[in-house]
Ligand binder design. Structure first.
Ligand code: AR6
Length: 171
């Protein structure tokens, strides 16, 4: 089932004005490269200060902070799995990331959320497999949470966009 509540865009996630944007963080939650670095730069030092107080985050879980200087009100930090060939529980851990984010969405009464392609950069998760998991979990969240009005998948390049388009076309 395709839903018009799921949208794709090719832009920098730090400019998106959703209730929450998701950060593909690491276990320390103290910043890094990729989308994590971009979010910390755009949000400003108060974000790092709040993250310091969280004491890290296990892979597959998520933590929420304010968005500070970002247009988004909240940042949901989740830690995706490092790709090790797919036999080390990576698909389940990646699915758990999305579910952890959607459970915070429900808890905080958020209506719109933007995700980067978690784990598909530095962590090496193949884009097609990762996007299938992202789309499956998004559909599940929309079925379970009627308050959720929009899920935006932010594709940073055309290969990522293509992978999501394929995943959305598959039922
Ligand atoms: N907006 C949207 N998407 C982006 C942006 C951006 N500004 N920048 C990168 N991407 P990655 P991971 C895309 O590497 O694989 C960090 O150092 C990127 O093209 O950011 O989960 C953390 O601290 C890719 O499609 O995250 C961790 O150590 C996607 O975001 C580690 O990287 C995810 O790429 C996490 O690795």
């Amino acid at each position: 089932m395709t839903s018009d509540k799921i949208q794709l865009t090719e832009e920098d996630i730090t400019g998106i004005k959703a209730d929450a944007i998701v950060n593909a963080a690491n276990n320390s939650l103290l910043g890094g490269g990729g989308v994590d670095g971009a979010i910390h730069r755009a949000a400003g030092p108060e974000l790092l200060a709040q993250c310091r107080g969280l004491g890290g985050c296990p892979t597959g879980e998520a933590r929420i902070t304010k968005g500070y200087n970002l247009p988004a009100a909240w940042v949901i930090h989740t830690v995706g799995p490092v790709w090790r060939g797919g036999t080390q529980g990576e698909p389940e851990l990646l699915a758990r990331c999305y579910r952890s984010c959607f459970s915070l969405v429900r808890e905080y009464g958020l209506k719109t959320i933007a995700f980067p392609a978690i784990s598909t950069g530095v962590y090496g998760y193949p884009k097609e497999e990762a996007s299938r998991i992202a789309v499956r979990e998004a559909r599940r969240a929309l079925a379970e949470n009627k308050e959720l009005t929009a899920i935006l998948f932010v594709c940073f390049n055309s290969a990522t966009r293509l992978a999501y388009q394929k995943a959305l076309a598959d039922d």
